[in-house]
Design a protein around this ligand. Structure first.
Ligand code: KG4
Ligand code: ZN
Length: 333
């Protein structure tokens, strides 16, 4: 019966969280399990790759079991397994890929290697269809900052990306300078609420290009902290956030003006920032573009987005080699 195999099991281990999820072809999420490694990495102020791989080894099988149990699904209900093949940390990717390959062999299921960045894009359609095409996509995560144009779920062209750091990396590094721990994004958001954007940090590449640069902004915060005597940490956080928001909204505006789109889709960990959500809502209202944001739980890394992307791959017959790719552009499957 065609309806029998109604789920894809998604597996995500590209960075520091071990995730598994069970998702239907319409994007319904039957379960989503995330074993966070925040406690392991917080004392290093960033992800420590070796520790990440070891934690994945321990967490992967229990996460898969838990995801199937919560979905009340057995392997006979699965149409395929979708697993992140890149971009990401080589050791982390290998654990997920090997686990998926082993399960696929044991359960006689196709295993689909999924591009993590395409997963982020599809996170916007989890639990409900939200994206209208053509769409301009802003992907802001710990590893990436890019603008893309999508004419369908799977037809994607890159418009511009960062020349150096990602915006999430800048959040994490500034958080570390301010002694806020890891991950830095949410901590910076909270602190920024109590401060005034009174420090004039630079807004690099604020021209008509669609490329980003965040390392100069990060260094300028470091120089300010070195030079200043008494500092108000909340003002530093607020001023840093204001600079990031100016850059991100200006780039989206430039992209939308050059190529009108039905929606602006904002995905990736930094899209959980309430300040960014508010700034983009204002900008979209001004331009008359629909702003499309996934619910907060799908902004940061999860396996449900990987499973939904895997449904696309299955439909299109795309089965990339099950090999880890440290770097993988969004334009590739
Ligand atoms: O998408 P994601 O979970 O993982 C990657 O694919 O990289 O993004 C993680 C990044 C981290 O840099 C984290 O600090 C940032 O997203 N982040 C946030 C927030 N939550 C997570 N940044 C700003 N505000 C947040 N609320
Ligand atoms: Zn991610």
């Amino acid at each position: 019966m065609a309806d029998e195999r109604r789920y894809i099991l998604g597996i995500e281990t590209s960075c520091d969280d071990t995730a598994a999820a069970v998702v239907g072809r319409d994007g319904r999420v039957y379960s989503s399990v995330i074993a966070s490694q925040d406690a392991i990495h917080s004392e290093h102020g960033g992800v420590f790759p070796d520790l990440a791989s070891r934690a994945h080894i321990i967490a992967i099988v229990p996460a898969v079991r838990e995801a199937l149990r919560k979905a009340d699904a057995g392997h006979k209900d699965l149409a395929a397994i979708g697993v992140t093949r890149g971009p990401g940390l080589i050791g982390s990717l290998l654990i997920g890929l090997n686990a998926a390959a082993g399960l696929g062999m044991a359960w006689k299921l196709p295993v689909i290697g999924v591009n993590h960045l395409r997963g982020h894009l599809r996170s916007a359609d989890l639990e409900a269809f939200r994206v209208n095409y053509p769409a301009t996509v802003l992907l802001v995560s710990g590893g990436h900052t890019l603008l893309a144009r999508a004419t369908s779920e799977t037809d994607i062209a890159l418009l511009g990306s960062t020349r150096d750091d990602s915006v999430g990396e800048a959040y994490d590094k500034v958080a570390r300078m301010l002694g806020l721990g890891f991950p830095g994004g949410p901590a910076i958001d909270r602190l920024a609420r109590d401060g005034a954007a009174s420090i004039a940090f630079p807004r690099p590449l604020l021209d008509d290009s669609l490329e980003f640069s965040f390392s100069g902004l990060k260094s300028s915060v470091a120089r300010y902290l070195d030079a200043a005597g008494e500092i108000n940490r909340a003002d530093v956080a607020a001023s840093f956030v204001a600079a990031c928001l100016d850059i991100l909204t200006a780039k989206c505006k430039t992209a939308l003006r050059a190529r009108p789109a039905a929606s602006l889709v904002v995905v990736g960990g930094v899209s959980a920032s309430p300040q960014l959500r508010a700034a983009l809502a204002d900008m979209c209202a001004e331009l008359g573009v629909e702003l499309c944001l996934p619910p907060l739980r799908w902004s940061t890394d999860n396996a449900a987005m990987i499973a939904l992307a895997a449904w696309d791959y299955l439909r299109l017959g795309k089965f990339p080699k099950l090999q880890p790719e440290v770097r993988l552009p969004i334009t590739e499957f």
